[in-house]
Design a protein. Structure first.
Lengths: 479, 106
């Protein structure tokens, strides 16, 4: 007779409450304030920088250095402008989302209150239905008894006792019928009340869900609008008379810094500017070369041709782990320290660099879609990152296959070379993949199979933080 | 100070450049401060529904990077201007020293 609202947990005539839409409107509102504050500060800085960009002449500075300054400062003003606008848009989106989410949560609370009310009415209705059934049965029984007494009185027309009994039975039947009718009327009234409340509860439940979904989608549209504005590559004049006529200000800034390198060289600060881009490149090269270097270190560490004991082999491998761990830790710190510096030289080439790795890492950590599609997103993002690990994969493939024969090993037999290749692959996997360690005691053949199976996942971990060869964030955003 | 060379003339007042460098350094400092405060907003969407949470995190990451870039570039520009002032002063002193020497022969 009665249905649940689809929210789960309801039974019979009872409705289940719905979850309050997740998120903290207060935190969103506070973040909007933070964005507005940052917008104000960046806007002030943009204006101040624009005054300097336009005021070089007032400083009586004319010449090559002045020209370089003008180009750089103008590009910076444009970049400040984009950032300022993106912050303002972000603040607006956050504020709107905060309000919409609060509304959705309030609707959900009202819906749940209505659900509680409906469930109370359902409880009363069930009790009334039980009472009505009981009184109806009592009324039927009283009616039958009245008919029996009346028949007995008819058969004994001169019996005062029979006549009195028939009269009493008739009165009892009438009372029972009235009670049954009253109870039935209560059921009718409660049913009507229940239907009304239930419809209202279901309506509010649906509305709350719709409001939450719409709020999240609208917020995403607003956030992406700010992001796309930040990456704007359309020609645009900046405020304050600054120049911005060569596409994205970020690209202009990048080109400006690269082109002005020579012009600013005589100022003895070119190293600072140049290093902004070079630091990240060096860090990436370090991490890219590291897997191959690690393989070489392992080869050099192992006690080839020394009749070494198992313990000596194990000690050599442990030493290699320590060395590789230190190198990777250094490399990751190197990348972390320089990845945003690399934007100076790479922002204009959105297809590569830290931005791309950031996008993919974010996708892996927190895919835009839940469930199966979310997993697909993870796979796609992971696949991009795996491209970065091609060198790693190649190194493992070489070590683990017959190519190990050509790995310039010391004079060892082919059988040992192949076996060593498997050992190298196993050692590599043991170091990098914790899950593999659980299988390490298994036969080497099984372990090697696991290595092959795990390569796709393992390389993602091995190469995290490396930034090239990835799909672009711009592509991710549908640019 | 005004000087002429084969590629054109240079007109500069190093003191003005020093002052300009200071003002641009102020811009860099302000940008750095803005970025520091901005980081507080990183967790604003914790637990929020998708796709809002993901897109916000992406925007926050990019804005954080862009402000760091502005900070770095402003700092570099300030140092460049300061370096320019120093370079002009050095050139000025050198030229004055050269100018006070004996006159070249015929």
């Amino acid at each position: 007779m009665y249905l649940n609202d689809g929210g789960g947990g309801g039974a019979g005539p009872f409705l289940a409450t719905i979850p309050i839409p997740p998120g903290d409107p207060g935190a969103l509102c506070a973040a909007a304030g933070t964005y507005s504050a940052a917008h104000g500060e960046i806007e002030r800085n943009r204006a101040a920088l624009a005054r300097e960009a336009n005021g070089a002449g007032e400083a009586q500075w004319i010449g090559v250095g002045s020209s370089s300054f003008s180009v750089v400062s103008s590009a910076l003003v444009s970049a400040y402008d984009l950032t300022s606008v993106a912050l303002a848009k972000g603040a607006t989106a956050l504020r709107t989302y905060s309000t919409a989410l609060a509304t959705a949560q309030e609707t959900a609370r009202k819906a749940n209150a209505e659900v509680e009310l409906t469930n109370q009415t359902a409880t009363a209705l069930l009790a009334a239905q039980a009472a009505a059934r009981s009184s109806a049965q009592a009324s039927n029984e009283a009616s039958q008894q009245s008919q029996t007494a009346q028949a007995h009185a008819t058969a004994h027309p001169h019996s005062p006792a029979a006549a009195q009994a028939a009269h009493t039975a008739q009165r009892t039947a009438t009372d029972a019928e009235n009670t049954a009718n009253d109870d039935a009327a209560k059921v009718t009234a409660l049913t009507s009340k229940y239907d009304t409340e239930r419809a209202q509860a279901l309506k509010l439940c649906a509305l709350a869900k719709q409001q939450a979904d719409t709020a999240a989608k609208d917020a995403a549209t607003g956030f992406d609008g700010a992001t796309l504005g930040l990456l704007d590559n359309k020609p645009k004049l900046a405020k304050g008379g600054a120049e911005g006529d060569k596409g994205s200000p970020w690209e202009v800034l990048t080109q400006t810094i690269e082109k002005s390198h020579t012009a600013l060289g005589f100022l003895a600060v070119d190293g600072v500017l140049w290093q902004l881009g070079k630091g990240a490149e060096l860090a990436e090269k370090w991490m890219t070369d590291l897997p191959r270097l690690e393989g070489q270190w392992l080869h050099e560490a192992l006690p080839w041709g020394q009749n070494a004991s198992d313990d000596e082999w194990a000690a050599a491998v442990r030493g290699w782990w320590a060395k590789s761990d230190a190198a990777e830790a250094f490399g990751e710190q190197f990348v972390n320290d320089t990845k945003f510096l690399g934007m100076v030289s790479k922002w204009g080439r959105i297809g590569g660099g830290p931005i791309a790795i950031t996008g993919d890492v974010l996708t892996m950590i927190n895919p835009p879609q839940a469930g199966t599609m979310g997993n697909i997103d993870r796979v796609v993002a992971g696949g991009n990152a795996v491209l970065v690990g091609a060198d790693t994969l190649g190194a493992i493939g070489t070590l683990a296959s017959i190519d190990a024969i050509s790995f310039s090993l010391p004079p060892v037999g082919v059988a040992l070379a192949v076996g060593t290749g498997l050992y190298l692959a196993g050692a590599y996997a043991y170091k990098h993949w914790a899950w593999f360690r659980n299988d390490f005691a298994n036969p080497i053949g099984h372990a090697t199979v696991d290595v092959v199976k795990g390569i796709g996942h393992g390389t993602v971990d091995v190469v995290k933080g490396i930034g090239h060869g990835l799909s672009s964030l711009g592509h991710d955003l549908g640019l | 100070m005004e000087a002429s060379a084969g590629g054109g003339s240079i007109l500069v007042e190093p003191g003005s450049l020093e002052a300009m460098s200071g003002r641009i350094a102020g811009v860099a400092t302000g940008t750095s401060a803005a970025r520091g405060g901005f980081a507080k907003a990183a967790d604003a969407v914790a637990g929020c529904q998708e796709p809002a949470a993901f897109t916000y995190t992406r925007l926050q990451t990019l804005l954080n990077g862009s402000m760091e870039m502005l900070d770095l570039c402003s700092t570099a520009l300030s140092k460049a201007v300061k370096g320019a002032a120093g370079a002009y002063v050095t050139t000025d002193v050198t030229q004055m020293a050269a100018g006070s020497g004996p006159a070249p022969g015929p």
